[in-house]
Unconditional design. Structure first.
Length: 109
């Protein structure tokens, strides 16, 4: 059985994401990048165990959250632009307990 995935989405990173990554240990950067590519290039709006739509509006303007890494400690917030066929990565953060840090600052969702 052959599964058709459709055309891949282009991943577009917001300029602020570089600043967000500076607050994350560099040894995790390749894992984060690889997970984003694996999870969001095809069918970025399909809900999975680690990919969920955001129910409440937040200051991030993101529609989706991707959980990655050991204990799902990293969070990727993104939105999908269907007209441009792009996934716009808006923020990458670290979850510590019930607190979320993006760029070293605590964010309330």
């Amino acid at each position: 059985m052959v599964m058709v995935r459709g055309a891949p989405f282009t991943l577009v990173y917001d300029r602020k994401v570089k600043l967000h990554l500076k607050s994350i240990d560099p040894r995790h950067h390749s894992q984060i990048r690889r997970s984003i590519e694996d999870q969001l290039t095809f069918q970025p709006e399909v809900q999975t165990r680690n990919r969920k739509p955001l129910i409440r509006e937040s200051e991030l303007d993101a529609d989706w959250e991707l959980r990655i890494g050991t204990d799902n400690r990293f969070r990727v917030f993104y939105t999908v632009d269907h007209e441009r066929h792009e996934v716009q990565i808006l923020a990458i953060g670290v979850k510590k307990g019930n607190r979320l840090f993006i760029g070293g600052e605590e964010i309330v969702l």
